[in-house]
Design a protein around this ligand. Structure first.
Ligand code: GAP
Length: 429
């Protein structure tokens, strides 16, 4: 990956409407980002693909959508009010604060600001939960924006078991926003204060061998999922957490990391949470077919939607002679198809192209373009990752065929109008 790919992708994101700085007109707000018309499609496509493959394609996973704000007792029981912390150090010379474990950023600060010499406070534990205050009467009730979507699954465990009549082993999936008061947000959306997670809590028998087997199973599933959606396998790896870095709830943890321009970076964690959460919430499971009552163990997969989106963009970004092309998997591409007339000043071509556009619109996210010349339109679609461009030309008026141009190869082929929708459908899986 070229060293300036990071800057180029960030610039493309703003220029083409993937991601803007949050509250841009007021100078932004550190750690907050807004997704534009193409970004929201990319993010929704990632979430849709995850839900499709994690919930609908399986018989053992169901979903929930819990509230972002929960009774603060949840976070006390889960250990987050006490242990959900990062080590914070402050530069004694300028009072800038950093995470003590981010050595590169600390060294960079010393180099840039203080001629290579640092003078730091001792590390202090800094809690990442974001506080909110509820109600109208003083003192207002203190609560938290959730720091991980996970707890919404655990606090509903009994409701889920009794209403959905699920039997162990089973999983509960959830996608939603999480908030962390990060000490140093940065690297574009990579470390934000508001972000989305796609998580699976998989409940199993409390058995060491079973935990190891399921952990291994989900590691492979999750790694393969990213590869199946086009991520370069050579830029992916696992990294096991050492004893000193595991979250307070995890007995074992491995990250899936991507080789980003700023170094190998985590974007999904597979965690063995054991019985940590259910026991802290005093919850048990009773086998509906027997008398046995026990605390199940949990294997968790926790992916970041924003980090995945960013890494899919970085991974898909290619410069190919004079064009920029985003090689996003068709399932993830914001628009699947762009339709245009060969030239915009021939009413019969425009009319025919419009008919084709209208006939496809109900089936796929598609876009219309008649600006500039055909070459410019191809380039514009390549840059936003549209896999196919359909051009209506004079031959279309004679034989009802169109050219379909492939984004990655730039090859064109003629396809009969009646076969067009199936052509895209076949290539979208
Ligand atoms: N429930 C477990 C959990 O939350 P985590 O490793 O703290 O585990 C899981 O977070 C994922 O959430 C990360 O791999 C990352 O993709 C995403 N994530 C965490 N903090 C983030 C942040 N500050 N900005 C963006 N994404 C973040």
């Amino acid at each position: 990956m070229a060293s300036d790919t990071f800057e180029k992708v960030v610039a493309l994101c703003k220029r083409r409407g993937f991601v803007y700085p949050g509250s841009d007109i007021y100078g932004g707000l550190k750690g907050f980002w807004d997704y534009g018309p193409l970004g929201v499609e990319l993010k929704n496509n990632i979430k849709r693909a995850w839900w499709q493959d994690t919930v609908y394609a399986r018989d053992d996973v169901i979903g929930v959508d819990a509230a972002i704000i929960m009774n603060p007792k949840v976070w006390k029981a889960s250990g987050h009010t006490e242990a959900f912390t990062d080590p914070l150090v402050e530069c004694k010379k300028c009072h800038k604060r950093f995470r003590a474990d981010q050595k590169e950023e600390i060294n960079g600060h010393e180099r840039k600001e203080h001629g290579g010499k640092g003078d730091w406070t001792e590390p202090k534990r800094f809690n990442l939960l974001t506080e909110v205050y509820l109600g109208t009467t003083e003192p207002k009730q203190k609560a938290y924006l959730r720091g991980e979507v996970t707890q919404g699954v655990f606090v509903n465990f009994q409701n889920i078991v009794s209403s959905a009549r699920v039997k162990i082993p089973f999983g509960v999936a959830q996608i939603g926003k999480a908030f962390r008061n990060e000490i140093t947000p940065g690297n574009f959306t990579y470390r934000s204060r508001e972000f989305e997670q796609m998580e699976l809590e998989f409940f199993i028998n409390p058995d060491k061998k079973e935990a190891e087997r399921i952990f291994k199973y989900w590691k492979k599933e999750r790694f393969d999922w990213y590869v199946g959606l086009g991520m370069d396998k050579a830029k992916l790896r696992f990294r096991e957490h050492g004893d000193d870095e595991r979250a307070h709830y995890a007995r074992a943890a491995e990250d899936i990391e991507y080789k980003a321009p700023f170094g190998w970076s985590e974007f999904e964690g597979i965690h063995d949470r054991g019985d940590w959460d259910l026991s802290r919430h005093n919850l048990t499971y009773k086998d509906p077919d027997g008398d046995e009552e026990y605390i199940p163990w949990v294997i968790e997969t926790s992916g970041g939607v924003d980090r995945s989106a960013f890494f899919f963009l970085l991974d898909g970004y290619h410069e190919d002679r004079d064009r920029v092309v985003l090689k996003l998997h068709p399932r993830l591409a914001p628009y699947k198809v762009a339709v245009f007339p060969l030239v915009a000043n021939k009413p019969e071509l425009v009319k025919k192209a419009r008919e084709i556009y209208d006939s496809l619109k109900g089936s796929f996210p598609i876009t219309w373009d008649e600006r500039g010349n055909i070459g410019k339109r191809y380039f514009a679609q390549d840059e936003t990752g549209t896999p196919w461009c359909v051009t209506t030309d004079y031959q279309t008026l004679e034989d009802n065929t169109v050219t379909v141009r492939d984004r990655d190869t730039t090859k064109q082929k003629r396809v009969k109008l009646e076969e067009l929708a199936d052509y895209f459908r076949d290539n979208l899986s």
